[in-house]
Design a protein around this ligand. Structure first.
Ligand code: FES
Length: 118
């Protein structure tokens, strides 16, 4: 359970192993399918992030994009997304965004949180 103040906004996550520490190099992303979700898992400045691996513009794989300073640039048309929350860095107030997923480390295993449907 996340620590949200608004009960209606609470989301439960179930964590699933996706990769091991060392599988992803600093400044890179890789695509994983976890429970049917195609997810780009990134390592930027020592932190792991997980967002949808489909660019909301025309569907490019964001895991193949250029990663820098907590952002990924889409390899097709250079839209940029914040890795921490999937927001569109070029237009932060836009509703256009990528779904983001929580990431946790359990020993050397990188686990991604998938929302639990009620
Ligand atoms: S497909 Fe990603 S910017 Fe166009």
């Amino acid at each position: 359970m996340t620590n949200c103040e608004d009960e209606s906004q609470r989301v439960d996550y179930e964590y699933h192993p996706a990769a091991k520490v060392g599988d992803i190099s600093e400044g890179e992303g890789k695509s994983f399918t976890v429970c049917g979700h195609v997810i780009g898992l990134f390592l930027s400045e020592g932190n792991y992030y997980a967002i949808s691996d489909f660019c909301p513009h025309q569907g490019a794989s964001l895991s193949g994009g250029y990663v820098e300073q907590g952002r990924v640039m889409c390899p097709w048309h250079a839209w940029k997304f914040e890795l921490k929350d999937g927001s569109w860095a070029d237009s932060p107030t836009s509703p256009i965004r990528c779904e983001s997923y929580p990431v946790r480390l359990v020993e050397d295993e990188i686990q991604i949180g998938i929302p639990v449907k009620e």
